[in-house]
Design a protein around this ligand. Structure first.
Ligand code: FES
Length: 120
């Protein structure tokens, strides 16, 4: 499978995205800590540039004994938020937060010899 050079390891800031082109494909590569995630920059809703939206933690309700105590952020579940209409996708697997059958197209990422590549 062909690989496309994305960047040197560490060149993308933690939480940031780099958009790369592979032929007709536009792919967003997002760094989270030491991992990289790559998705087609095409939202399955209406074609928006999903990878260029905010990356933010999921919001969790805090409920104890049936009583709503408030909300908190879940830093272990980062979301990609499409900038057009706000569809949210799990960074870990590209699935939509509300409907796991809706997914961003995922690509494998390889880190080798100090560089990051996306497999297309
Ligand atoms: S195009 Fe992404 S939410 Fe509508």
């Amino acid at each position: 499978m062909p690989e496309v050079l994305v960047c040197a390891q560490g060149e993308i800031a933690d939480g940031a995205v780099r958009i790369v082109n592979a032929g007709r494909l536009e792919i967003g590569v997002i760094r989270r800590a030491d991992k990289y995630f790559a998705y087609r920059n095409l939202c399955p809703h209406q074609g928006g540039p999903a990878c260029e939206g905010l990356r933010m933690p999921g919001v969790r309700s805090v409920i104890e004994n049936g009583i709503f105590l408030g909300q908190t952020f879940d830093e272990d579940d980062m979301h990609i938020v499409c900038p057009w209409h706000g569809y949210e996708f799990h960074l870990a697997d590209g699935s939509n937060v509300c409907d796991p059958n809706i997914k961003l197209q995922r690509f494998d990422v390889v880190q080798r010899d100090g560089a990051v590549y996306v497999v297309v």
